[in-house]
Ligand binder design. Structure first.
Ligand SMILES: [Fe+2]
Ligand SMILES: [Fe+2]
Length: 212
């Protein structure tokens, strides 16, 4: 493309000095021994990097301006987590509250699915469903919204986690836009995020291991 000459990207530094670079330009050429090495290194790399990247993504919105609410989306996540923690919720639920809108600006209409997919291997099916559905259940609290149907959640009447999703948005989401509510900083929750991602991914939700 004009003005952008293509250049070889070169080799990245190794994440750990005892790691080995596999000098193959395509996956088709990797041997079984090389796959075993890559998988062992990938596991350690994921353990070291995954939670930090998630926290980095959360932190990326720290300085964002508001589009209208009296609270930024960054502070909204912190406030939701603060409220969940103060209610006596367990650590997994506190992290769910913290990260429920982590994809809000990037994923917009599908940000519930975004958070659900991010946390799925580490959380209960109940919490995954709450994350995925929180947008639908939120409309219940937007009575006068010009486009939302505040009865939309009724499609899920009888679902075993209906009350959980309704409770989440009522107590830790629709009300977590209060600029006067004392809210804990990210430092209070970062260790919880690290502990959650340190859990072995649930087999039930584990798809095929894809190594790009
Ligand atoms: Fe949301
Ligand atoms: Fe929210």
């Amino acid at each position: 493309m004009d003005g952008f000459p293509a250049e070889p990207p070169g080799r990245p530094p190794l994440w750990r000095p005892d790691f080995t670079l596999i000098e193959k330009p395509e996956l088709d050429a990797l041997t079984g021994a090389e796959w075993r090495l890559i998988e062992a290194q990938r596991k350690a790399y994921m353990q070291g990097r995954q939670a930090e990247l998630v926290l980095g993504l959360f932190e990326a919105a720290r300085g964002d301006a508001s589009f209208g609410y009296a609270l930024s989306m960054y502070a909204h996540g912190l406030q939701a987590a603060t409220m969940a923690m103060q209610s006596g919720a367990d650590e997994e639920f506190v992290v769910v509250a913290l990260l429920h809108d982590i994809g809000f600006t990037m994923a917009g209409p599908s940000h519930g699915e975004f958070a659900a997919a991010l946390l799925r291997p580490y959380i209960s099916e109940r919490n995954r469903w709450v994350l995925e559905m929180h947008q639908v259940f939120q409309t219940h609290h937007a009575h006068d919204h010009p486009h939302f149907d505040s009865h939309e959640r009724e499609r899920f009447d009888g679902h075993p986690f209906f009350a959980d999703a309704a409770d989440f948005v009522a107590r830790f989401d629709q009300n977590a836009i209060d600029p006067h509510y004392p809210t804990l900083p990210i430092e209070a929750f970062a260790p919880m995020v690290r502990r959650l991602f340190a859990k072995p991914p649930g087999r039930r939700f584990q798809g095929p291991v894809i190594t790009p």
